[in-house]
Ligand binder design. Sequence first.
Ligand code: PHE
Length: 452
Amino acid sequence: MANRETFGSNKVAILAMAGSAIGLGNIWRFPYMVGQNGGAAFIIIYIISCFLLAVPILMSETIIGHRTHQNTFGAMKTLAPGTKWSLLGLLAVVSPFIIMSYYSVVGGWSIDFLYKSVFEGFKIADGQLQGTSFGSFISSTWGPIICHTIFSLLCVVIVSAGVKSGIEKFNKICMPVLFILIIFILIFSVSLPGASAGIDYMLKPDFSKITGPIVASAVGQSFFSLSLGVGTILIYSSYIKSKENILNSGIGTTAFDLMFALLAGFAVMPAVFAAGIEPGAGPGLIFETLPFIFAKMGFGIPWISSVVAIFFFLAVVFAALTSAISMYEAIVAYFVEEKNMSRRKATLLVFFGTWFLGLFCSLSFGPLSHIKIMNLSIFDFCDKFTSNFLMTIGGLLFVIFAGWKMKKQEVWEEFTGSGKYKFNCKIFNAFYFILKFIAPIGVGVVFLSNFI
Ligand code: PHE
């Protein structure tokens, strides 16, 4: 691994990991999952899951990646030679592949909205009408496919440039922009007439509606949002220099990601109620709600709404790209390091594979909507299968590996940079207990609750 690239500094690594975590999962998926699963109670389970289950998995992946400086498959082979653990490394190549295929369809929708905000603007403040026009867009054949293709090609351009020039530079710009715009939209959204019902929906839990599958969805959402169980955190950690402190990246990523999800939720949900849109509308929720927000904004000063819409969708596309490239990277690194493929060839391979599978996901809203897998459309199946199933299994296995297969001393060494950084022994022991017992049992139970 003599020529393996690394991130320039720890700060850059945090930014890259946060870039992977913060994406459509926060802005698009979180609000619609909240809406489909009953509001505040879902959010509470989500937050608990972030700290109790997701952080231990995130740290497990970070430790494994940073200790080996290898791709997911190579890392497992090095730490557990001659065992079946290398299959976990392979799972972490297959999972991002499936996620990427439908993720880039939604990335494509964002590109379409960016196009609309530049060339048409959002002028009609009518929730029902927005729903119909979005519905007819995603169920058409060519528009969504063209946008999915553009999104996938953008990923190829960035990933083939490599870690330093491609991924690093890209992450630095878009996170702060997105942050400022979401706060701006949130302030506007909560001040809309009728918004208070949405705020109540986000804050007043009704636990009587919570079922096994809803818990599984909340936990799945926390894994999806933090990019867990599918090797992306592992691969990014493998690019952190040996001597760097990896703790910051784990804590920083979780904090940023959670904050973004909550901000997006509070920016979208009050407007959903103000517009009279059905909160359980599903994957189209934000694409139906945001045009309403922007159109309303325009009543006073039209150009403000256009400027906000353009920058907002630009930032959403960027955020989606920084997440997408982390999925690419996990797969590409495998082909480059294990199969001796050139970076460019591996990137193209991932492009064609995910693009092709993505076609079916895109068409499943229209011409292929009659095809159902376990009662779900192709898109919904890929989405649910990965977040509720593959990510949970991947997360469970990573945490078991770090807690039971690796030695406590090895985990301690990673926490302290082999003695370079101070770390409180008691806090470490508490964390180790969660890593070894609470997280695996918790994730295991959640995994089983899928079937209740
Ligand atoms: N966490 C990303 C988001 O919130 C999605 C993602 C999932 C990225 C899995 C990488 C791996 O948008």
